[in-house]
Write a protein that binds this ligand. Sequence first.
Ligand SMILES: O=c1[nH]cnc2c1ncn2[C@@H]1O[C@H](CO)[C@@H](O)[C@H]1O
Length: 336
Amino acid sequence: MAAEPKKIIIDTDPGIDDAMAILLALRSPEVEVIGLTTIYGNVYTTLATRNALHLLEVAGRTDIPVAEGSHVTLTFREFFLFMASLFPVKKGTKLRIADFVHGADGLGNQNFDPPKGKPLEQSAAAFLVEQAKLHPGKVTVVALGPLTNIALAIELDPEFCKNIGQIVLLGGAFSVNGNVNPAAEANIFGDPDAADIVFTCGADILAVGINVTHQVVLTDAERDKLIQSNGKFAQYLCKILEVYFSYHHEAYSMRGVYLHDPTALLAAVNPSLLTYTEGAVRVQRTGITRGLTLLYNKQKSFGEVTEWTDKPTVKVAVTVDAPTVVKLLMERLMES
Ligand SMILES: O=c1[nH]cnc2c1ncn2[C@@H]1O[C@H](CO)[C@@H](O)[C@H]1O
């Protein structure tokens, strides 16, 4: 008898590689997407919500709910709540939005029609808490953007970390340079305070960092194969991928793109595609290395108490079967 599909919620900032991961998830029988929650990162949260609804309409899956997430980082949020109580005036935020990677609309400057659907009334954090409680130990969150919503879910319900089955997150640059600056990877840099809360919350966490996703490349030749296929999702993605290819060409002088989000998604679909190590991860929250992720492998027992002492163990991906990830992605998108 086939195993019941794993319930997943994708926390996402679509985003071209997010779009690939979402469509891939919808073509993966091993998982059932029970919701999308949105976050800023590649675009602002409002646009992330719009794009999430749009992608579900493209896929004909408007039965899947979308819950809108935080518009600001954890610290800004706390500051706002405090200031709003004193002066009810809105101020601008200084989010780092990667529109130069994904286009101004987040989906390769295609300017699609606005979606017809609407997000739930419920916030992303409330949705995450509710679903984890409803299916204890059975829901996997695949977090593809900054970790604000997950940290808010932890704040909202201290039981969330126990109720959630696993958090597979795309984030961090473990023992390699970041992609925002030499220290930091984009998702962790987006909200380092939230990331540190998530890494130390005690949930079952698998972090897939760019030390792993930089091994997974979709080449120009593979994109050509996607273009030539009749797959509906492949056709759609090839339209939006142009901007992402140009960015990689400029930034990395490469003829191909990194498959960050699809790799993290497939790590949730089939964990045996990766190997991982274990230890405690802390995130640098200030200074020039803000957003740095540092894994303590617990091989040395330090004489003194450190910021890593007694912190829970998480899994950090080390290797990936890149050819199989690319093959699965291509096959599933071309069949669609
Ligand atoms: O150079 C970059 N700057 C900012 N964000 C990036 C860059 N390259 C990729 N991403 C986005 O951030 C996540 C991986 O870190 C991915 O979701 C990717 O879309």
